[in-house]
Each structure stands twice: as C-alpha cells, then as structure tokens.
Ligand binder design. Sequence first.
Ligand code: GLN
Length: 535
Amino acid sequence: MIQTKYVFVTGGVTSSLGKGIIAASLAKLLQERGFKVTIQKLDPYINIDPGTLNPYEHGECYVTDDGAETDLDLGHYERFLNTPTSQANNVTTGRIYQSVIDKERRGDFLGKTVQVIPHITDEIKHRIQLLGNTGKFDIVLTEIGGTVGDIESLPYVEAVRQLQWEMGSENAIVIHLTLIPYLATTGELKTKPTQHSVKMLMQSGVSPNILVCRSEHPLSDDIKRKLALFCNVHEDEVIEALDAETIYDVPNLMLKEGLDIVVIKKLKLPLSDTPKLLKWNDFLTKFKNPKSTVTIALVGKYVELHDAYKSISEALIHAGATNEVRVVIKWIHSEKLTPKNVTKKLEGVHGVIVAPGFGERGIEGKIEAIRYVRENNIPFFGICLGMQMAVIEFARHILGLKDANSTEMNTATKFPVIDLMESQKNITQMGGTMRLGAWDCKLDKTSKAYKIYKSELILERHRHRYEFNDAFLKAFNDAGMKTTGINPKTGLVEIIELPNHPWFIGVQYHPEYKSTVLNPHPLFVAFVKASLDYK
Ligand code: GLN
C-alpha cells in the first residue's frame, strides 16, 4: 500500500488569511501533477458541526453528498478540486470530545483517567488518518482552523507534533500561513508578527516547514532572508502570497511561487511536468473577459454577510464565465421588501434568486419578490426556502388560498401547502436531523429541468425539514404550477416550474453545492443565460 503523505496548514498572526484558499490552491496544483488529493478541515469549536450555527456567526453551512453539515471551506475544496468531500473531511472539537466521551461511557478506557493527552490527541490523530487510511489518496491536506496561540487550537497542534514525529518529516509537513503587515507611514513590510507566531508554534514543538506569507506588497529577497533566518526555514520555503483579484487566481500565483514544488520535494515525491491548468485557465480567461453584464438579485435575510450565500455566489461566477458574462449580484434584504417598494428594488434586475433560509423573518418580502417576477416574466430561481415561497405565492395569488403558508411559519394555517414530513414530526434533536445529503430526483421529460440537465435521473443535495404538501399536488398542476421533479422512492416534490413563464424554476434541493469551476451547475448556467436573454 502507498504511504499517504500529510500536509498540515496552520494559521498565524490573525484569522481570515484564507487558509482554505491556500490549501485548495495547493491541492489543485498537486492534483494537476497527478496526485490523488483531498482536503480536510479541523475546526476548534465545541459545536458538533456547523449545522446548528447561525449563518451570521459562521457563514454558509455546506452540505456534502453523504449529508454532513460542514464548514464553508469544504465548498472551496470541492469547487477547486472537482471531487466530493464527506463526513470525514470536517471535524470539530465537539465531535472529537463526543467520541471520546462516548468511549468513556462504554468503558473502552478500562478505568484509565481520560485526558487531553493522549485521549483527545489520539482521537484527533485518528480523524486525520481516516482519510489516508482509505487508500484513496496520495496526499491529505489538513487545515487547522483558528490561529496558532488560541487556547482551543492547542490539542490540534499537539496532535500534529505527534504525527510528524511518528511519521517522519518526509511524510508529514507543516505549512504556516501568516500575514506580513505593511506600515504605510514608513513604507515597510514587517516580519515581527510572523516571527512571534512561528515562535509560538515552536513552543508547542512544531517547526513549520514552509511559510506562506500573505502580503499587500511583494516580499523583497531581504525580507525573505530575514523570515528564513528567524523562522528555521530556507529562503525558497518562504512563499509570497499577494492579495489576488479573485480567489481563482491563487493556484496560478502559488504555481509561480513554486509552492507545489517545495511541498513535493519535502515529501520526497516524484516531480512531474509543470501543471498547465488548461481548463482552469480557460475558465479564468472567460471570467475575466466578459462580453456583457447581467444583474441578478439575491433576495435573502442574511445578505449583510455575503458568506452566508457563498456557494450561490460562486455558482453564479462559474455560470457567468460559461456564458461569458459578468454576473453582478444585487443583494436585497427580504425584510425590507414590501409591495410598495418591490418595483423600485427590483429595477434593472435581469433575474431573481430567492435564497434558502429558516424561520419566519423576511418571508413576506420573498413572497412579494416572487409575485413581482412571476407577473413580470423576469427569470426566477428559487432555492429550497425560495422554492417553498414560490409555492406559497402561487397558492395565495393563483389558487386563491388566502393565507396559505408553510407550517414552519404558521402551524395553524388553513392551507399548509408546505408541511413537515411525517418522519420529521417527532424529531426533537436539532443537529443532523434534517433531510440531508444527496437524494435522487426523476425529471418529467417534458420539463425545462429535463432540457437543462439532459438526463432523467439526477442526484442533488438537500438540507431542509419541510416539503411540498402532496395534498395540493393536483390543484397546483391543474392551475399551471407543474411539479416536474419527484423523488422516485418517496414521491416527494423536488422541482416546481411555471411552463408559461420564460424561466421560473424552484428546487427543493441546493444545486449551488455541486457547482465547481470545471463543472458549473447546469441550472445556474441556464438561469444566467435566461437572465441574459431577458436583458
Ligand atoms: N426552512 C426550510 C425547511 O426547513 C428551508 C430550508 C432551506 O432553505 N435550506 O424546509
């Protein structure tokens, strides 16, 4: 069996330096060089997973095929690598402690005192090696969330120290991502914060093998020499990571800096020809040279934090490039949309997405936006809650079912057109209990969806509790809202369409999770095309 190699990515100086993008870019280059790669994220918080976190706290919750509710960085991993991730790719401190405590309750530790070292660190090491032990990957990249020096990151750094010691430094290396701040008053780049952060890492027994330095300005040879000297690395192991115009430039920037070569040498792996990134660069060329622009409104209740809709905005970038147009997103707060201002707010917009979400806040604004686009033949794309709102809008204004609603918003509604699935009714535990992960959907061959997917059976990812209520199936179809995608096993409605509208599609699932640079999602591509046609 091959020896899987491990690359750890830690962060220093400050958070939000883009460890996820650096990890994904490096992984992309290694993949282009012929290695089988995956990326994992270890998050130091106590939640079992980000599924229960408010999007304002943590941005979007990304869902994998196998139904894991994960950190949004996993979305970047999939978008860059074009390969699926799974439960094993995201682990939190909560999850680690949960398994250790479960073992303790089962008596697995045979009376021993259960401690951070070795029991928690053993569990962390086990989780890190799970992906490697599948035999599917040559290289596993593990991003350690948080910043070195945080109390909560300590057990992870300790686990990395132990693993590197056990495996040898040709099988496990550490990349430390830091910030080189620029002092405008003196016109200088400063290395001190990086020196301190590396010292902190060394106090935990870990010496970084490579430094990746985020900077607004190029690092001079002098600066690189200084960093090398103070931080126990060679000059060629100091990699400059300049601010990029788009995250999709970063693989090329890292290629230019030779990050992949340094990693391959350190891991004593064979060096192949330089990656050409042909398809990737083809995407970039189209993305950077749009022939025109379309404006898409994204109606949601978390729009103050764009990260809450990360996969949707990235899917629009992929679809824009495919259509050779620049997609400008007009962020519209659903709470601020009213029948009075809807015309004004949606002025100049060529297509409208109504976003996923939970709870009552802002839903009347979403319904108003949908009424407007339905009546004015503006392309509409409803995702999850957005689809449910389209069903409610149609019920209220076409079927004449006054106050129709989802029982999520009004348990007493006379017309529960969206309702809780039977299997959801007795659930009291919140985490991981929705309809999650990939589900089959069979398309009606006469539908627009079928024309777009060019396939009768599709597999898409879900994350919701409520469903289209079957009791109203006939009424909707008779009145012109067609249910064109159905789960073949359960009969649940997955897609609704208005065939007499230029482009009106609502999906109960989340197509955005599956859009990648090399595989833009067909629904987003078609929606952007329709918006362009509308324009
Ligand atoms: N709140 C809705 C449900 O649970 C929709 C969820 C979503 O948009 N992801 O069914």
